[in-house]
Ligand binder design. Structure first.
Ligand code: OAD
Length: 249
C-alpha cells in the first residue's frame, strides 16, 4: 500500500532542510518497550514516572540503578530496525537534515545516523552526582551505583529524569532546527512530554510542513498537515524508496 501521497513527496524532495523528532515508538520494532506501553515482568509494578526521577534515586538508588541496568540490557541486545536505517539513509541524501531524538538507546547512531541531537541523554553513559564527571556505562554489573572513579560520589545514568532540565546545547540546537526546517517529521512519539512536544508546533509556526508517523493518534494528530498511520519500520523505508528509488534493507 502506498502510504505517501505525491504532494508530500514533492514537498520532501524540494525541502532545503528536513528536521526529524523521534520517540520511543521508533525503537518499538527493535523490541524496546515504549514508555507508555504496559511493562512486563519484574518491573511491571513500577511506572517510569516513579523510577526516572531524582527523588527516586535519592530514596532508593539501588532500585533505580537496577532498573536502568535492566533497561540497558534490553537495549544492548537490540538491533536498529528498518526505520532507524531509513533515517540514516535520508540524512545521507538530504541537502539539510537534523535528527533530534528523545531516546537514550543509541540505536540511531548504531544504524549509521551521523548527527543526532540527544535531548534526554544516553543510557550508554554515567555521570557522578556531585561533579558531573562523565564515563561510559561500567562494564561490570553491580547491584548499587558504583562510586565515581574521580571523586567517589555515586554514579547515575547520564539521562534526563522527570523534573530535570534538558541539556542546554542540545535543546538550543533542537529549537533552531525546528525554526529553520521546511518539513518536520514527528515519528513514534506520544507528543506529550515537554519541551520536546513544542518542537513540531514551533516548526509549523515557522512555515514548515508537519508530518506525523505513528500508528496511533496523538494530541499532535489534529494539528499536523499529514499523518501516516503506520509503523515507522514500514513508513520510513517506503519513503526512502520513493525519494531515492533505492530499497534500504
Ligand atoms: P511514548 O511511550 O510516550 O510514546 C510512544 C509512541 O510511539 C506512541 O504514540 C505509540 O503509538 C508510538 N508507536 C508505537 N509503536 C510504533 C511504531 N512501530 N512506529 C511508530 N510509532 C510507534 O514515548 P515518547 O513519546 O518517546 O522521557 O516519550 C517521551 C518521553 O517520555 C521519553 O523520552 C521519556 C518519557 O518519560 C524521559 O525519560 C525524560
Amino acid at each position: 500500500m502506498n502510504l505517501w501521497p505525491n504532494e508530500l513527496l514533492r514537498r520532501l524532495r524540494s525541502a532545503g532542510h528536513v528536521t526529524v523528532l523521534t520517540g520511543a515508538g521508533i525503537s518499538a520494532e527493535s523490541g524496546i518497550p515504549t514508555f507508555r506501553d504496559a511493562q512486563t515482568g519484574l518491573w511491571a509494578r513500577y511506572t517510569p514516572q516513579e523510577l526516572a526521577t531524582p527523588q527516586a534515586f535519592a530514596q532508593n538508588p539501588e532500585r533505580v540503578w537496577q532498573w536502568y541496568t535492566w533497561r540497558r540490557s534490553l537495549i544492548t541486545s537490540a538491533q536498529p530496525n528498518a526505520g532507524h536505517r531509513a533515517l540514516a539513509a535520508l540524512e545521507r541524501q538530504a541537502s539539510g537534515f537534523t535528527l533530534i531524538t528523545q531516546n537514550i538507546d543509541g540505536l540511531h547512531q548504531a544504524a549509521g545516523s551521523r548527527q543526532v541531537i540527544e535531548l534526554h541523554g544516553s543510557i550508554h553513559r554515567v555521570r557522578c552526582l556531585e561533579a558531573g564527571h562523565r564515563f561510559p556505562w561500567p562494564e561490570e554489573d553491580t547491584a548499587a551505583p558504583p562510586p565515581c572513579p574521580t571523586c567517589g560520589s555515586p554514579l547515575r545514568p547520564d539521562v534526563v529524569w522527570f523534573g530535570e532540565a534538558l541539556p542546554t546545547p542540545a535543546l538550543e540546537a533542537a529549537f533552531q532546527a525546528a525554526r529553520r526546517c521546511d518539513v518536520f517529521l514527528s515519528i513514534g512519539t506520544s507528543a506529550i512530554v515537554q519541551p520536546a512536544a513544542q518542537l513540531p508546533l514551533i516548526a509549523q509556526e515557522h512555515g514548515a510542513l508537519l508530518i506525523e508517523i505513528n500508528p496511533q493518534p496523538t494530541p499532535l494528530t489534529p494539528l499536523a498537515d499529514a499523518c501516516i498511520a503506520a509503523p515507522a519500520g514500514t513508513a520510513l523505508p517506503q519513503l526512502v524508496q520513493m525519494l531515492t528509488g533505492r530499497r534500504e534493507t
